[in-house]
Design a protein around this ligand. Structure first.
Ligand code: MG
Length: 334
């Protein structure tokens, strides 16, 4: 059966520039694809590479789409090469329907705290709103200053709450060891990407730290491609896998592998539009393993609110995911 393939490339300013380990990120670039079947039914998917994550670029995805042309059949769609994971992801999502109501129709969401001292002021209001998992960006300002804030932050948490620390690879071994020593017996759920991915010896360092300290570590930047998932499972990674489903070429297969290995998975936003987020959240809601708070507390995110997913709340309900209308985003990008 042949489909009509269309796409729209977008460039969407964030409401406020996003601070990353690679500097300020002012706008999101990506592509929405639309596949229309002979009966007129349309499906949508999103290709949203993060520039420093090492997938294809938006230019490469767009060039491949132009080459595919307007009329495509399943064979051509399946032949998109693995070096274009975000595009493969988009085309796959556009071909599948949203699943029905899952067994657990609501999931907790982690509250995002700003870097540095500003986090202290936000914990109270977020706790009051009902959040019980908090994520704090570290490795942004001076390590000693941040470390001194950790106890204040832990003291400000409501009873039973957990803190996630995300260093985005900013630490070296020495700083990571100091932090992980400090995290012992504190309510830290995990420390995400303490040291950079891709550097020489980084994988061994991560494995060593994971074995030397009781606080779990989580892989984020180290986990980009379907192949990385396979490799870290093979290495017996004892910590958490932060999965951004939007960046995987075949999220269904990768998640099946993770589920079979009984891996600890945290689902995370790639700061995509509501189109990609709907597919990513469908993966999170159908995950058969332990349900951990979602890393999807990102909305409102875009200057153009029509591209946003549901507002960040302590719980995300499936009905809000199902209510996302990809066609509305497509039309907004016209
Ligand atoms: Mg992270």
């Amino acid at each position: 059966m042949s489909h009509l393939l269309q796409f729209r490339r977008y460039r969407l300013p964030f409401r406020a520039p996003v601070r990353t380990a690679h500097g300020w990120w002012p706008e999101r670039e990506g592509l929405i694809v639309r596949l229309e079947a002979a009966d007129g039914a349309a499906g949508y998917g999103e290709g949203a590479p993060i520039p420093w994550f090492g997938t294809e670029s938006v230019d490469e995805a767009e060039a491949a789409l132009r080459e595919l042309g307007g009329r495509v059949d399943a064979t051509r769609l399946a032949a998109v090469p693995g070096r274009l994971p975000c595009l493969k992801n988009a085309l796959a999502a556009a071909q599948v329907a949203l699943p029905g109501t899952p067994a657990h129709p609501s999931l907790g969401v982690a509250a995002l705290l700003p870097a540095g001292r500003a986090a202290l002021e936000l914990v109270g209001p977020k706790a009051e709103a009902g959040f019980r998992v908090f994520k704090w960006k570290v490795g942004v300002t001076d390590a000693a200053d941040e470390l001194a804030l950790l106890d204040d932050l832990c003291a400000a948490l409501p009873d039973g709450a957990k803190l996630r620390l995300d260093a985005n690879g900013a630490w070296d071994r020495r700083v990571a060891e100091r932090w992980l020593g400090r995290c012992v017996e504190r309510p830290v759920e995990f420390v995400e990407q303490p040291v950079a991915a891709g550097a020489r010896g980084a994988d061994d360092l991560l494995l060593g730290l994971a074995h030397d300290f009781p606080t779990p570590l989580a892989l984020d930047e180290s986990l980009v491609s379907d192949g990385d998932v396979e490799q870290w499972l093979g290495a017996g990674w004892p910590g958490v896998f932060v999965v951004k489903p939007s960046l995987l070429g075949d999220p269904v297969a990768a998640l099946a592998r993770l589920a079979a290995a009984r891996a600890a998975v945290v689902f995370s936003s790639a700061l995509e539009t509501a189109v990609g987020a709907q597919a990513a959240l469908a993966a999170a809601f159908t995950w058969p393993g332990e349900r951990r708070a979602l890393g999807f507390g990102v909305w409102p995110l875009f200057a153009d609110a029509r591209c946003d997913g549901p507002q960040a709340m302590p719980f995300l309900h499936w009905e809000d995911v199902a209510r996302i209308d990809p066609e509305a985003v497509w039309n907004a990008l016209n």
